[in-house]
Design a protein around this ligand. Sequence first.
Ligand code: AMP
Length: 424
Amino acid sequence: MTTTSVSTFSAPKGTYDLIPPDSAEFLAVREALAAPLRRAGYGYVETPGFEQVELFSRGVGESTDIVTKEMYTLTTRGGDELALRPEGTASVLRAALQANLHRGALPVKLWYSGSYYRYERPQAGRYRHFSQIGAEALGAEDPALDAELIILADDAYRSLGLRGFRLLLNSLGDRECRPVYRAALQEFLRRLDLDEETRRRIEINPLRVLDDKREAVQRQLTDAPMMRDHLCEACKAYHEQVRELLTAAGVAFEDDPRLVRGLDYYTRTTFEFVHDGLGSQSAVGGGGRYDGLSEMIGGPELPSVGWALGVDRTVLALRAEGVRPQVAAGPRVYAVPLGEEARRTLFGVVTRLRREGVAADFAFGGKGLKNAMKSANRSGARWALVLGERDLAEGTVQLKDLESGEQEAVPLDRVVTAVQAKVG
Ligand code: AMP
């Protein structure tokens, strides 16, 4: 958006501010994405916004764009190398290991909500600061757990009224079958006409080459060997169970043998939710199983699965579909005092109403009746409480229905109960 700014400063490139009324939409989306997790026994976890760089380079992967190009790193005065978190999984796993949660009952099911940072080229739906809701289930190898998470994400999107999304599903194999496939893929890729950087990638992480978006690369990949054809019996059976559980739950999916995703730690189940109304940045959420990640960051064997859903893109997807999420209600009552004494009295009434759980607002700034009533209408409140000098003398206050225009005098000493009876 380009508007003339009156301030010397504006939000940094690739970021934006959340301000009313749009911010209410964001909050509603965050709430809705998290609600199914709470119902399924996931506990809330919050970790710092920054971590040691090495957690991400080991956890997310040395050859990924996220680590090589997109991390915001800094050296502290004490000489620590830190990075603003580019994703949530490595931090959450680190926190769980540090707190020894993995020694208790498994799986440990956690959810989180927060800001993430990637130095990407900004464009519609791609920001340098963005917001995710995530979930991780640590310490169990069970296809039902993979299915649970996918179903919860699907439920979350649907609860918001989102319809135009698709679920892409793949299996990336395990430490049995993936190395064999990796070697076969490398052999195939080494014969192709590729640039230096891609050649290097073949040696470090060949699967990521399949994810290359360039037409000239994709054209050469038509006959590339696919993981699907190299899965070991255990991985095949596991994947089949995930698929069956999803089908039984009525969750539609598309098998996508080329789905790799941008992070190195995935094994077996991987998935992505894409929305067709978003242009090139179509992924609204994604995740998968990461059985080897704990060991990669120095922990014990801890097979786990998780996902992260992008809040920004979910909001954009809803807008693309013309769906407005149910936002939290504003004030129900708007108080309009006329005169100094009325101001003091009515401010007290507003405080009491709020303490009784009635959402109420007040005409601040000594506005005249006309302006104050305008504000009352704009606030979205259904009722106005108007207190003038005559009312004060009579010990009453006018309770006005802003929809019908009807008005009645209620005794000041019973105003809270009277309002409660109306507002319900
Ligand atoms: P990832 O960790 O890359 O799998 O991202 C999970 C989800 O976060 C994606 O599906 C997007 O919805 C969202 N996301 C990732 N990167 C960005 C970004 N730069 N801007 C906005 N949303 C993002």
